[in-house]
Design a protein around this ligand. Structure first.
Ligand code: SF4
Length: 491
């Protein structure tokens, strides 16, 4: 195997024997094969006219399939093989209707063999894209961007929101990876990937806020109640909604974990009195948190980490998430909800969660809420009580170097505000950094896709009080991972 798709990769070079994330070489190779076939599909899909493009059949399928290959989403070889078979069959269907003729030497695109996947998969990874490392890097960066696009676009699609332009772009970019594209062409696609990612975040923001209301300033309890409970993690708000609805009369409480914490900020979810708060920390703390939780756990999307025996009989996956020998809750069929009754009845027989901390967190500062507070914020900027905004968002990681963010947050001057979204917040959201005249010094917008809210706020701050663009004088800094690693002395 060779995988360098995430920051945790071995020695900052690439996981070669097995993944730091727990991915086996077989899973990595099968995922490479799946992506390779998707590139073939994309070559054909780019030849479709708009009226021939079936959004659900092609667009959503591409999103879901790529979603299964992102870090910490799916470790189940049986599921990946199923997706490979479906992809081959879609490829054959597209081949019949597309006007595109594949000319270059890419035998796998024509391969119909649904056996021996692993033998084929070995030579199909990223190192085989080109001998030119610039080309490989450009293709890798596009691929990782498109995987992110796929996840966010799929979340929006689950709620019934689509944008054909995004789907078409994804096919075009995968086709560019498959072809002998020049550096200039790839650079152009890479820039478009960034632009399209913003469109996808906007689409998802519209979907989430249209269905569940605008996130609002909320205090979230981090202690526990006395009832047995279910812990839900991941990004899928539709799963959250259906679980809350199906469990509301069951005597079982619902707690969020990791990526699902921001669900507590949405008005529609806040109406459920059995939504009891958030339990535990960031995704990488699962092993410890899940052990003490005692009740069943539902993983709706990434991130799932290798499952321990101590809770393997009470953890469930759903959607594009999967783990070998862990029960998977099937998808919705015929317009009906998913069936979470098995999880609810298991919870009723479980012990209540063990308390691991007490107190509360504050969050819900997505764009709608912050813009409501903007007069007060502008006043504090004018008076010099807020001097600077520091953006520290994105994923968290398990490496000790990430402690840098905790140290930095503690040491920041008291007239600074941290803008955050994503699991990075777990490095400083329990530090009690105080407020500036009632404005919390950590403004948590939500999940990683809610970085869109941070972008909106920055756009707002890009204009001075006379509405003149002052982009280069923004009272704002962004802190990146590279800085974190450099400061911590790690290479
Ligand atoms: Fe390594 Fe897993 Fe990250 Fe790939 S996704 S680089 S296997 S830790």
């Amino acid at each position: 195997m060779f995988c360098y798709q995430c920051q945790e990769t071995l020695k900052n070079k690439g996981c070669t024997a097995s993944g730091i994330c727990g991915k086996s070489d077989d899973t990595a190779n099968l995922q490479d094969l799946l992506i390779y076939i998707l590139q073939g599909i994309s070559l054909y899909a780019t030849g479709l006219k708009d009226e021939e493009f079936d959004v659900r059949k092609y667009g959503v399928f591409l999103c879901q399939t790529l979603f299964a290959t992102i870090t910490n989403a799916n470790f189940d070889n049986i599921k990946i093989e199923e997706l490979i078979k479906k992809s081959i069959s879609l490829r054959n269907c597209l081949k019949d209707i597309s006007k595109v003729k594949i000319e270059h030497d890419a035998a796998i695109y024509e391969d119909n063999d649904t056996e021996n996947f692993l033998t084929k998969a070995i030579n199909i990874g990223i190192l085989n894209y080109s001998n030119d490392e610039d080309i490989r890097s450009l293709k890798s960066a596009i691929l990782y961007g498109v995987k992110g696009l796929a996840a966010y676009t799929d979340h929006a699609a689950v709620l019934g929101f689509y944008n054909n332009e995004i789907f078409r772009f994804m096919f075009r970019s995968l086709a560019a990876i498959a072809k002998n594209s020049s550096k200039e062409e790839l650079l152009d696609i890479l820039m478009q990937t960034g632009e399209t990612c913003v469109k996808a975040m906007k689409l998802l923001d519209t979907a989430n806020t249209s269905v569940y209301g605008h996130p609002e300033m909320t205090k979230v309890k981090i202690g526990v109640r006395k009832n047995p409970a279910i812990l839900i993690s991941g990004h899928d708000l539709k799963d959250m909604e259906e679980l809350l609805e199906q469990s509301k009369e069951s005597g079982v409480d619902i707690y969020t974990h990791g990526e699902m914490l921001p669900a507590n900020y949405y008005p529609k979810f806040k109406k459920y009195t059995h939504l009891a708060g958030n339990y535990g920390g960031s995704w990488w703390a699962q092993n410890k948190d899940f052990e003490t939780f005692n009740g069943p756990i539902l993983m709706t999307t990434n991130c799932i980490i290798p499952v321990k025996d101590s809770y393997k009989n009470r953890i469930f996956t759903t959607g594009m998430t999967g783990y070998p020998n862990i029960e998977h809750i099937p998808d919705r069929a015929d317009g009906k909800s998913k069936d979470f009754s098995k999880i609810i009845s298991l919870a009723q027989k479980s012990l209540p969660p063990r308390e691991i901390e007490t107190g509360e967190l504050i969050g819900g500062f997505a764009h709608h809420q912050v813009i409501k507070l903007i007069d007060k914020i502008v006043e504090l900027i004018k008076s010099g009580e807020i001097k600077r905004f520091i953006v520290m968002g994105g994923c968290d990681g398990r490496f000790a170097a990430r402690e840098y963010y905790t140290v930095l947050a503690r040491k920041l001057p008291k007239d600074t505000i941290i803008l955050t979204a994503g699991c990075a917040k777990y490095r400083y959201n329990k530090l009690n950094l105080g407020t500036i005249k009632g404005i919390p010094r950590v403004l948590d917008a939500g999940q990683c896709n809610d970085c869109y809210s941070l972008a909106r706020l920055c756009t707002f701050l890009s204009f001075d009080f006379n509405k003149i663009l002052i982009f280069y004088d923004l009272p704002l800094s962004a802190v990146g991972l590279n800085q974190a690693i450099r400061k911590s002395g790690k290479s």
